[in-house]
Write a protein that binds this ligand. Structure first.
Ligand code: NAD
Length: 319
């Protein structure tokens, strides 16, 4: 393999790892630390006879959804949360889905639950989600809970459940002490699961960031300018390698959230690519990688919501 000299050292021209400057915001390690904290909380609840339980409603046989749901139940087992899985065939009608949701609302073993999306064609996900009891909304995406997020900007504490991915992003930045107060954060992507609720969380009192929300309607050159002036860039558009090194101010923190899946032409296997170009690591001060950053944080925030909702359902349990 041929080599060339770069700033006094020699590296191969092809297949070479680039020199990395950014510190890694390690979602796997942080999620493992949070799991240890949750085990303590679950143990305390169980000692009082309270067993937190996560329900899941899976409709149809989408392989990706089956994998996600199984992973959620494995995560639960790791921290001592019970699993209550419900499944319906892909031929289920809206009324059957809503009956299953009512069952989960009434089931006292279920502290919180999720309806796995997407639902099969012909079913109404918004109508289904609206029937979830907001006090059992593990994903924090019920309209009441999103509305509370809008109305509770002044209270930094005590608002549960929070949407899992935005909560995971904030928690990761917080645990690595990446400053946010008074800093400029550019959120790329204004989707319902990530960008929009994240912009609300970032502007809550106690967090106090200044947020710019970039979306498909923002001309790319303007998006680049806005990202480049930010202290923190969160890329949640689902656009492969959208954020290039020249979009990032040297030393800024960059959080890679968006996911594009494609087949690796060399191995024929499916791989996950983020919204952040690998070259950004040579410019940024911090990078949350993808995979290995926000994915594990999202999963552990779901567990935290279940535990917090179980605690809330039994006020005074720790008296
Ligand atoms: P969404 O599809 O609801 O919204 C995408 C947003 O990105 C929209 O506002 C759109 O206008 C914007 N956008 C798309 N292309 C753009 C471009 N080229 N430039 C600027 N803006 C652009 O998505 P969502 O549900 O909010 O999720 C966002 C991404 O995050 C998806 O790729 C999703 O798979 C990923 N995600 C990852 C995790 C994780 O654990 N890492 C969790 C949740 C979502």
């Amino acid at each position: 393999m041929r080599s060339r000299s770069t700033r006094g050292w020699t590296r191969p021209v092809t297949r070479s790892p680039e020199p990395v400057t950014a510190r890694i915001l390690d979602g796997r390690a942080t999620a493992a630390e949070i799991k240890r904290e949750l085990i303590e909380r679950v143990t305390a609840l169980r000692s009082k006879g309270i067993v937190p339980g996560l329900g899941t409603l899976l409709v149809g046989d989408d392989p990706g959804s089956e994998i996600y749901v199984a992973a959620k139940h494995r995560d639960c087992a790791e921290v001592g949360i019970d699993s209550i899985p419900l499944t319906l065939p892909s031929t289920a009608r809206q009324a059957e889905v809503e009956t299953a949701i009512e069952r989960l609302n009434r089931d006292s073993r279920v502290s919180a639950y999720i309806v796995q999306l997407p639902l099969p064609d012909g079913l109404d996900p918004v109508g289904a989600l609206a029937r979830i009891d907001p006090s059992k909304d593990a994903d924090g995406l019920h309209p009441d809970n999103l509305g509370r997020l809008v109305l509770s900007l002044d209270s930094a504490q005590g608002l549960v459940p929070l949407p899992c991915t935005p909560a995971g992003i904030l928690e990761l930045l917080h645990r690595y002490q990446v400053p946010l107060r008074g800093r400029e954060v550019c959120v790329i992507g204004a989707g319902v699961t990530v960008g929009r609720p994240l912009s609300l969380l970032l502007t809550r009192r106690g967090v106090d960031a200044t947020v710019t929300l970039v979306h498909r309607g923002t001309p790319p050159e303007h998006a680049r300018e806005l990202a480049r002036r930010a202290d923190v860039v969160v890329a949640a558009a689902g656009a492969k390698h959208l954020v290039r090194p020249d979009w990032v101010r040297p030393g800024a923190a960059v959080v890679d959230v968006g996911i594009t899946r494609e087949t690796d032409p060399e191995t024929g296997r499916s791989r996950q690519l983020g919204d952040v170009d690998p070259g950004v690591r040579e410019v940024a001060g911090w990078v949350a990688p993808n995979p290995g950053g926000i994915g594990p944080m999202t999963r552990v925030m779901l567990l935290r919501n279940v535990v917090e909702l179980a605690e809330r359902a039994h006020p005074g349990w720790n008296a």
